[in-house]
Design a protein around this ligand. Structure first.
Ligand code: RIB
Length: 309
């Protein structure tokens, strides 16, 4: 039987505005295109895990509005079990305003909306959903006390727990790190969490060791075009990724997290899982948007077979 992946996290509708150059503070620029795309770090990771072959259920909250309907039907179409979603009567579905420049760089502002109701009471209501899964992935776009609760409960139940600390807080909630099997920051998030500066692989390795000392078992750092870095008690290893022309990096990290967990759930070791995740996310950056950029399993396997990375 397939191992089950539970994703607990945010659902947003992304308002994506394309432009030549990002505005600086106080500047007005002309955009070239506006699109509405299903997003949210939790939803993107659920979409990726399901499209890449995982058995995926998601807990999250949307509003009783059209944006909420879109998220639910899009994720269901990707194969995510959305039966336990909460529909908030008070708050609208979360939104993200995303600026994308002509180099594919992005800036994102999230307004949480209904994601704030993905709280402890709601998670307790669906304890059986957590009991029935093997892997739990979380990000940081829902209330922090709900994240702490879910991490602790998942560990009590013996699950493998993965935290993608995005957006990175100044401080992680107390007592979380020592319960995590994997933490998966990007390089900026890593340096913020370990309170260091630096841009080299050595800097990131040292930063990851700070988190290891605080009790997390594995630190998996996504490095964009430099690939990914896995640091554990066993040592540090860099996994290069294939060179592509990036058009939009939105959700590339989400795709990586979803793919990594799917591979673990297929009993692949962490090294093999990172290689698979690199292959999948290298496709995502060549496409626009969040969930619209996520490849399916056939595409990811094809990249892996043809390039080996
Ligand atoms: O990681 C990308 C996501 O961050 C976007 O889809 C946006 O909704 C924000 O949550």
């Amino acid at each position: 039987m397939k191992k089950k992946i539970l994703i607990i996290g945010s659902l947003n509708v992304d308002m994506v505005i394309e432009m030549k150059n990002m505005p600086v503070v106080g500047e007005t620029v002309l955009g070239t295109k506006l699109t509405y795309i299903p997003g949210g770090k939790g939803a993107n990771q659920a979409c990726a895990a399901a499209k890449l072959g995982g058995d995926v259920v998601m807990l999250g909250c949307v509003g009783e509005d059209e944006f909420g309907d879109i998220q639910k039907s899009n994720l269901s179409a990707c194969g995510v079990d959305t039966r336990y979603f909460k529909r908030s009567k008070k708050k609208g579905t979360g939104t993200a305003s995303i600026y994308v420049d002509e180099c594919g760089n992005n800036s994102i502002v999230v307004v949480a909306g209904a994601n704030q109701e993905c709280d402890i009471t709601y998670l307790q209501e669906y304890d059986d959903v957590m009991k029935a899964c093997d892997y739990v992935i979380l990000q940081m776009e829902i209330p922090y006390d709900a994240i702490s609760y879910a991490v602790k409960r998942a560990k009590e139940l013996g699950k493998v727990v993965i935290l993608n600390p995005a957006p990175a807080p100044d401080e992680l909630p107390d007592g979380i790190l020592e319960q995590l099997d994997y933490i998966t920051p990007n390089e900026t998030e890593l340096m913020k969490l370990c309170k260091r500066d630096g841009e080299t692989i050595e800097d990131f390795t040292e930063g990851a060791k700070v988190l290891l000392q605080k009790g997390v078992k594995n630190v998996l750092v996504t490095l964009g075009e430099r690939g990914a870095l896995l640091v554990s008690e066993e040592g540090a290893e860099i996994f290069p990724t294939r060179k592509v022309v990036s058009v939009d990096t939105t959700a590339a990290g989400d795709c990586f997290n979803g793919a990594f967990t799917v591979a673990l759930a297929e009993d692949k070791g962490p090294r093999e899982a990172v290689i698979f995740a690199n292959a999948a996310s290298s496709i995502a950056v060549t496409r626009n948007g969040a969930q619209t950029s996520i490849p399916d399993r056939e595409e990811a396997d094809e990249v892996l077979t043809s390039t080996g990375v």
